[in-house]
Design a protein around this ligand. Structure first.
Ligand code: PNS
Length: 166
């Protein structure tokens, strides 16, 4: 039976750390759906359409990856996709409390679900979407931290000139 795994997140914006997890998941599972959360209660910097565009820009060379979006409970989305596998990236011990709480709740809501934690490459341990936005807002180049399409979208969002492309 083919295994579909769902990798959910805000991806606001998608970083190279997220991409590292997507690539690892694609090597492990038959089919990976990168699921962009649509949470009207949480103010995102980028729209759902923009975040989907970010994911699309990195999965074109990953034939077993797809992008999707969900609102409401993640476990309901998994059921619609006939998946029991949830992927989450675990960077450092500091992620554990939040991640274990979420994994525990998801298991209570959907007994068959398994959360699989993947560790990104060490260079991404302290990389986060919020830190990337912070440094971009203050004028630093973000090309080392995000894929090129995302870097362009960040520069546009924060009104930076395109004089530091790379
Ligand atoms: O990238 P993030 O912000 O850490 O992703 C968090 C996300 C979107 C995966 C999480 O907030 C989520 O699953 N939201 C959907 C609501 C839900 O199902 N909540 C119950 C589990 S705590």
């Amino acid at each position: 039976m083919s295994q579909t795994a769902v990798y959910p997140g805000s991806f606001d914006p998608l970083t190279k750390g997220h991409l590292d997890i997507i690539q690892r998941a694609c090597r492990l599972f038959d089919h990976v759906i990168v699921a962009v959360s649509n949470n009207p209660g949480k103010q995102a910097t980028f729209s759902v359409a923009e975040r989907i565009q970010m994911v699309e820009s990195v999965i074109h060379d990953l034939p077993n990856a797809d992008v999707g979006t969900f609102a409401g409970l993640l476990v309901d989305y998994l059921k619609t996709k006939k998946s029991r596998l949830l992927i989450r990236g675990l960077r450092a011990v500091s992620d554990m409390e939040y991640e274990f709480q979420m994994a525990d709740m998801n298991r209570r809501l959907y007994r068959e679900v398994e959360t699989v934690f993947l560790m990104p490459d060490a260079q991404y341990t302290y990389l986060s979407s919020s830190v990337v936005k912070e440094v971009c807002r203050r004028g630093a180049s973000v090309h080392a931290f995000v894929p090129p399409t995302v870097a362009r979208m960040l520069r546009r969002k924060f009104g930076r000139k395109d004089n530091n492309k790379r």
